[in-house]
Ligand binder design. Structure first.
Ligand code: 3PG
Length: 401
């Protein structure tokens, strides 16, 4: 397969000062704030190993303002050390402290900068030339010879650290981005049906938009929904009352689009038919009419069985986002049933996103799934056929190089 951007094969990197944007956005225990799965850190290993004779500085995000997992990158650095890398952390992104630490990095060393989303300018989404004006780009780029983008998970975000540096530095893809693009292109280059989308988790505003785009391609035969996305659609469809919207960030912006999609794609979209709620600390499986206002934390067992049957019979399955609040073990079963069905499916199966990927690894299903992608939103965007912002930026950089 011919790539449309440059990779590490196209540049000299030994002894060079290299800025790498990675996605090591990990699952974090909401109470203890500790990382519970480090597979996204392990996924960047190949790139880091290859650059072991360069002066490497890593830039990454973890969570976003207001989320439970919005934490410092200090723990990530410790995990990198456990993986055998000579990594240190600096609690700064582009200020004097960061610049001094960057100037001291030697060949074979890795410096991890603080969470880029601690800087407000990183949250802005705009075309590359515009986000390149942000201080993070202007302050950092003169300190480097090369920019490597290996942040596949954030490839759909047109933010400064993803697409800004490509306008001012020679820029190439890291090995993970290269592998994801190659594998996803091969895995999805098929017209086989039935094609099933399993969509759950949070980030509902993003997911409603992308679900609309994906359904408009005509590629999807069944879209089975769970997690907070499922809750949103159940409220939009009048199946459960509005009060269940409380945990859904962005509900107001997403609910009318969800309603439109239900009307337009009533044969394709499948919603949960029963629920699991938390009552006095326990899981209670029940009908919607018996939820009594208790937190709705998983799809119910009847829904799980129905979804599993559909998944197993599919020719292509793509899954992103858990079916319930899987961080609490008793509410993980909807997600586990869906993942087991994906593993049992004989078709092409792709599981994307930090949470589903982590769970698939925990269940040791890696060898039974065609591809476990580090991208969630990035991978669904890829499936719509639209080029990812990261790829477009690297293509432009390649033309300039
Ligand atoms: C992800 O978890 O999908 C990526 O790390 C991107 O995170 P974001 O959706 O917060 O931009």
């Amino acid at each position: 397969m011919q790539l449309t951007f440059k990779t590490l094969d196209d540049v000299d990197y030994i002894g060079k000062r290299i800025l790498i944007r990675v996605d090591m956005n990990c699952s974090v225990d909401p109470k203890t704030k500790t990382i519970t799965d480090s597979s996204r850190i392990e996924a960047i290993r190949k790139t880091l190993e290859e650059l072991s004779q360069s002066k490497v500085v890593l830039m990454a995000h973890q969570g976003s303002p207001g989320s439970d997992d919005f934490i410092s990158l200090e723990q990530h650095t410790k995990i990198l050390r456990k993986l055998g890398f000579n990594a240190t952390f600096v609690d700064d992104i582009f200020g004097d402290k960061a610049k001094e630490a960057i100037s001291k990095v030697k060949d074979g060393e890795i410096l991890v900068l603080q969470n880029v989303r601690y800087f407000e300018g990183e949250l802005k989404k705009a075309p590359p030339e515009e986000v390149a004006k942000e201080a993070i780009v202007q302050e950092l780029y003169p300190l480097f010879d090369l920019f490597v983008n290996d942040a596949f998970g954030a490839a759909h975000r047109s933010q400064a650290s993803i697409v800004g540096f490509t306008t001012v530095l020679p820029s190439v893809a890291g090995r993970l981005v290269e592998k994801e693009i190659r594998t996803l292109t091969e895995a999805t280059d098929t017209e086989r049906h039935p094609w099933t989308l399993v969509l759950g988790g949070s980030k509902v505003e993003d997911k409603v938009v992308i679900l609309g785009k994906l359904l408009a391609t005509g590629r999807v035969d069944h879209a089975v929904l769970g997690g907070l996305v499922g809750t949103l659609f159940l409220i939009a469809d009048g199946k459960i009352p509005d009060k269940y919207s409380a945990p859904i960030k962005g509900f107001e912006n997403a609910v009318s689009s969800a309603r439109e999609l239900i009307v337009k794609y009533s044969d394709t979209i499948l919603l949960p038919e029963d629920a699991a709620v938390e009552h006095e600390g326990n899981r209670v499986d029940c009908e919607f009419s018996d939820m009594n206002g208790d937190p709705f934390l998983d799809i119910g067992p009847r829904t799980a069985v129905k979804y599993a049957e559909l998944i197993k019979k599919s020719a292509v399955v793509f899954a992103n986002g858990p079916m319930g609040y899987f961080e609490k073990e008793v509410f993980a079963s909807g997600t586990e049933v869906a993942l087991q069905a994906i593993a049992d499916c004989k078709g092409v199966t792709v599981v994307g996103g930090g949470h589903m990927g982590a769970m698939a690894n925990k269940m040791q299903l890696e060898s039974e799934i065609t591809h476990i992608s580090t991208g969630g939103g990035a991978t669904i965007n890829f499936l719509t056929g639209k080029k990812l912002d990261l790829v477009l930026a690297l293509e432009e950089a390649a033309k300039r190089m």
